[in-house]
Design a protein around this ligand. Structure first.
Ligand code: ZN
Ligand code: ZN
Length: 172
């Protein structure tokens, strides 16, 4: 979904509430990092040219999808709330990118909504995702998912002190 912000800025009353929805193939444009988007709650994007020739967009939505569990790599549901609040300078009737807060989803005044959402999602993603607080993770020897199969690998060969060291690393 693309919105021509310049068009709104040039209207006699330079504002618009745009019903925004991202569906179907467009959802792939919202993917960010290891996050795969599945659903974007429809929301209203408020666009407005205010005093001082500043054009602002704001809106709020919830994006749900999945990303791999930190330990076993299984797809794990994740949903993030994004709060859009951006403003851009208007120079000679043209909306330009704010050099202090660049947005690649804005090109010549045309906003790519999916690109904007992807950028917002990236900032909100949890640092660590677990499919389950007790996830046993992958076996370090055979690589099998230990939540599903109990392999016969001898993991005790590791020096317990070494194991503690590795656990500390996992917590980071
Ligand atoms: Zn897991
Ligand atoms: Zn194993």
């Amino acid at each position: 979904m693309k919105i021509d912000l310049n068009e709104i800025a040039l209207k006699p009353v330079p504002e618009a509430d745009i019903d925004t929805s991202v569906e179907g193939d467009e959802l792939a444009g919202v993917n960010a990092g290891s996050f795969t988007a599945e659903k974007v709650e429809p929301f209203v994007l408020k666009c407005e040219k205010g005093v001082g020739d500043v054009f602002s967009i704001c809106g709020n939505t919830v994006i749900s999808g999945h990303m791999p569990c930190d330990r076993c790599l299984e797809d794990t549901p994740v949903s993030v709330e994004v709060d859009i609040d951006r403003s851009f300078p208007v120079i000679d009737d043209q909306i330009v990118e704010d050099i202090d807060d660049p947005l690649s989803a804005l090109s010549e005044g045309v906003l790519d909504v999916c690109g904007l959402l992807a950028e917002e999602v990236l900032m909100e993603l949890p640092v660590k995702v677990l499919c389950n607080a007790d996830c046993k993770g992958l076996c370090p020897i055979c690589g099998k998912n230990r939540n599903i199969v109990e392999c016969d690998c001898d993991r005790e060969v590791l020096d317990p002190r070494m194991q503690k060291f590795l656990d500390v690393f996992k917590e980071v």
